[in-house]
Design a binder for this molecule. Structure first.
Ligand SMILES: O=C(CO)[C@H](O)[C@H](O)COP(=O)(O)O
Length: 292
């Protein structure tokens, strides 16, 4: 099958390669001419036979909106656009409506697999009308991992990105749990080799997982993570998960705490803990630490 792929970064570039290895014809466009197959987005559209399929793999928000606006003006009736970025699920309905006004289909695809996806495949969580999802099945089959799992048509437009958002919320909480356990093990004198404890957990335990394997990789690179600063950014999925939980009155204490732990990681000092220290001092005369 032929497909256009817009955005050839860490994810899109490897997805182009995986699709080509499976025998598909991929025409890729990127604003970086060094990796792009064509000079302009319009060339990508011109080179595809109709009905066309174009997969968008650019950062969520403004960049995705910009590409969808351009595609809406370039594509024709019965073509289909797939948004495979980490878009907020609430954007999907807007994009689907904008494209539907010109007779163009829309499918949202949550994609998980990171830089390992080229070899291992990408787990895909897809949302959209059956007609378009069926048409794209050869592409999904080539991208997904081998074996029975790693693909779901989760529901209507938005369902794919909603499923991916929850996946990422779980990812936040799992990473935080491994991180907290690791810090406690590092703190005590009784455990001599924390890295080997983590390694031992990789087989036979209740908590074995790919994230645990990656934690062991990281500890093999830098046993006590001394080269890193305890600072973590976030790209939005954790926040959206917590917002969806509030909208639906669903308690998510673990995911929320893991998001807030990232916020705390960005502070040199904690303004709120200054207030706690000041109040303890006010009511109980408890000692405070003063800045040098
Ligand atoms: O989708 C992913 C993995 O499944 C991304 O790597 C993830 O979105 C990174 O998110 P954040 O920057 O918020 O940690």
């Amino acid at each position: 099958m032929q497909i256009g792929l817009v955005g050839l970064g860490k994810m899109g570039g490897n997805m182009r390669e995986r699709l080509r290895r499976a025998g598909h014809t991929v025409i890729g466009f990127d604003t970086n001419p060094a990796v792009s197959d064509v000079p302009h987005l319009s060339d990508l559209v011109d080179q595809l036979e109709g009905p066309r399929a174009v997969w968008v793999m650019v950062p969520a928000g403004g960049p995705t909106q910009e590409v969808i606006d351009r595609l809406a003006s370039l594509l024709k009736h019965d073509d289909v656009v797939v948004d495979g970025g980490n878009s907020r699920w609430t954007d999907d309905e807007k994009h689907a409506k904008e494209l539907a006004a010109r007779g163009i289909g829309f499918v949202d695809a949550g994609v998980s697999g990171g830089v390992w996806g080229l070899e291992h495949g990408y787990a895909l969580m897809v949302g959209g009308e059956k007609e378009y999802v069926e048409r794209l099945k050869p592409i999904f089959d080539a991208l997904k991992p081998d074996g029975p799992y790693g693909y779901v048509h989760a529901g209507k437009v938005g369902a794919g990105h909603f499923a991916k958002m929850v996946h990422n919320g779980i990812e936040y909480a799992m990473m935080q749990a491994y991180a907290e356990g690791w810090e406690l093990l590092e703190k005590v004198d009784s455990v001599d080799n924390v890295r080997e404890v983590f390694r031992s957990w990789q087989d036979g335990t209740v908590i074995r997982s790919w994230l645990l394997d990656l934690a062991v990789n990281a500890l093999d690179d830098d046993e006590h993570l001394r080269q890193l600063r305890g600072y973590a950014e976030d790209s939005g999925e954790g926040r959206w998960t917590v917002e969806a939980a509030i909208d639906n009155a669903v308690p998510l204490p673990a995911i929320t705490a893991s998001l807030f732990a990232r916020f705390a990681s960005r502070q040199e000092d904690s303004p709120q803990m200054k207030m706690v220290a000041a109040l303890r001092n006010q009511f109980g005369g408890h000692a405070v630490e003063k800045k040098a």
